[in-house]
Design a protein around this ligand. Structure first.
Ligand code: NAD
Length: 500
């Protein structure tokens, strides 16, 4: 289904939607063995959308067995890379043919603006699958520089059965970041979507099967973290877990691995990304545009959200005025209305958490420039205003903890040394932006900031060709996106031959 981004057409498309709500295991839709389901809700209305299969350890085990059987059969793991490529390209084509539906599913379940889902999330999801598919028949192994009496081949082989556990903030896209490289390299996958956003992942599994991904290679087990997620983490026959979510839950996976079979773990976790604006920033209007996107895009429910704006005191007041003016044009409202730049928070407890941070900012003495309140309560949805605090100090809670809401903290500085110290004064290290006209400052600061991605004179996570992941407690064990992602889903194999 293609989608016209116009309110009437969107409403008509929503009326036509049907939801896949069961698990997808061994090529079939199935209910949880227990028969249990849980409600998924539209956070923009507070109303239930559907009942989803509540998978637990029994269902995870069923999915792992199917994935293992498929892996051992070689139907996918030993398929010629060129043939795997064709199937994954067909999968990307089917995602494209159903892009409108996928965009609506993510908007309805996550409260994300339809404009973002239709023009960013789903196109990026498709591009990610296509990019990894296109790469697989262009990668070579190595021959080691041994003596003439030996031949040593260094090859990459799929890890085996990969568990993927993903968050709710970019539902379809996070699935693609994991399964793109995992499937491209020949693994079988058991994926658990976040319990708040299961619908697009289940539909993606159906489309993968339609494209020809063999039975059992891509399974989806919706359910809760403490049941289905934990069962994946502790399963003795899962070779690897690729996780994206909070640092707190990421830690559990390291424990699960240690307590079970030492499965490989990769973690993409939280962030508290700095945006450093030097006195010689090239153009404050450009900086304001980027700072607003960095702070408020996806309602701030974004791991690389530039939530700390560290600004030289000589330009701070002018920049804050520009940002506040621009931020007023970012309308909060019904995520199905393409005019709106911000939808709702993901759920009521999260809304309350964000409002709690806003209260702590006020209590600790930060100056509230704009916003700060829940809005549109009558809709039943969990909307919060775009919020800016000035005169924030690095010790305040709002400057230290990941808020995951549309709350920007402005922290002034006087010297470069001070700016970099503030930027690095965090447990996280996912992303950063810096703004300067001086190439030397740009290089110096980009190297000094401890983060996986540093953008200069823009706010960007790079594109599919660049690795994405974090230093320190923002990540562990690997990177998403780019050709480097293939490394984490493969084992290195040495074949050492004695020549006569
Ligand atoms: P979360 O950690 O609460 O949940 C993530 C996943 O883990 C979900 O599928 C959840 O069901 C599962 N889970 C929860 N408890 C579990 C447990 N005890 N055992 C096993 N699995 C469990 O995160 P979230 O709230 O869904 O997402 C927000 C977080 O994700 C933020 O911290 C954000 O920064 C992070 N994130 C990071 C990236 C990145 O690339 N670094 C991208 C997007 C989001």
């Amino acid at each position: 289904m293609s989608l016209v981004l116009e309110p009437k057409a969107i409403k008509a498309a929503v009326r036509k939607l049907t939801f896949r709500t069961q698990a997808f295991i061994d090529g079939k839709f199935v209910s949880a063995k227990s028969g249990r389901t849980f409600p998924t809700e539209n956070p923009a209305t507070g109303k239930p959308l559907a009942q989803i299969a509540a998978c637990d350890a029994v269902d995870v085990d069923r999915a792992v067995k199917a994935a293992r059987k498929a892996f051992e059969s070689g139907a996918w793991s030993r398929m010629k890379p060129g043939d795997r490529k064709k199937i994954l390209l067909k999968f990307a084509d089917l995602l494209e043919a159903n892009a409108g539906e996928l965009a609506l599913l993510d908007t309805l379940e996550a409260g994300k603006p339809i404009g973002d889902c239709a023009t960013m999330d789903i196109p990026d999801t498709i591009h990610c699958i296509r990019w990894h598919a296109e790469a697989i028949d262009k990668l070579y192994g190595h021959v080691s520089p041994t003596g003439p009496e030996n031949l040593a081949l260094v090859l990459r082989e799929p890890v085996g059965v990969v568990g993927c556990v993903v968050p709710w903030n970019f539902p379809a896209q996070m699935v693609a970041w994991k399964i793109g490289p995992a499937l491209a390299t020949g693994n079988s996958v058991v994926l658990k979507p976040a319990e708040l956003t299961s619908l697009s992942a289940i539909r993606m599994a159906e489309l993968a099967a339609e494209a020809g991904v063999p039975t059992g290679v891509f399974n989806v087990v919706p359910g809760f973290g403490e049941t289905a997620g934990r069962a994946i983490g502790r399963h003795m026959d899962v070779d690897m877990v690729a996780f994206t979510g909070s640092t707190e839950v990421g830690r559990y996976f390291l424990k699960y691995s240690a307590d079970s079979n030492l499965k490989r773990i990769t973690l993409e976790c939280g962030g508290k990304s700095p945006q450093v604006v030097f006195a010689d920033a090239p153009d404050l209007d450009m900086v304001a545009t980027n700072a607003v996107s960095a702070g408020f895009w996806n309602m701030g429910e974004n791991c690389s959200c530039g939530s700390r704006l560290i600004v030289h005191k000589s330009v701070k007041d002018e920049l804050v005025t520009k940002i506040a003016k621009l931020a007023k044009t970012w309308k909060v409202g019904d995520p199905l209305d393409p005019q709106n730049r911000l939808g709702s928070m993901i759920e009521k407890p999260h809304l309350e958490k964000v409002l709690g941070y806003i209260e702590s900012g006020k209590a600790e003495g930060a100056r509230l420039v704009m916003g700060g309140k829940r809005v549109m309560e009558k809709t039943g949805g969990y909307f919060v205003e775009v919020t800016i605090f000035d005169e924030v100090t690095p010790q305040m809670k709002i400057a230290r903890e990941e808020i995951f809401g549309p709350v920007l903290s402005v922290i002034p500085f006087s010297t470069e040394e001070q700016a970099l110290a503030i930027a690095n004064d965090t447990n996280y290290g996912l992303a950063a932006s810096l703004y300067t006209r001086d190439l030397n400052t740009a290089h110096r600061a980009a190297r000094a900031i401890r983060a996986g991605t540093v953008s200069v004179n823009c706010f960007s996570e790079g594109d599919i060709t660049t690795p994405f992941g974090g230093y320190r407690q923002s990540g562990f064990g690997g990177r998403d996106k780019s050709i480097w992602a293939h490394e984490q889903y493969t084992e290195l194999k040495t074949i050492w031959m004695q020549l006569a």
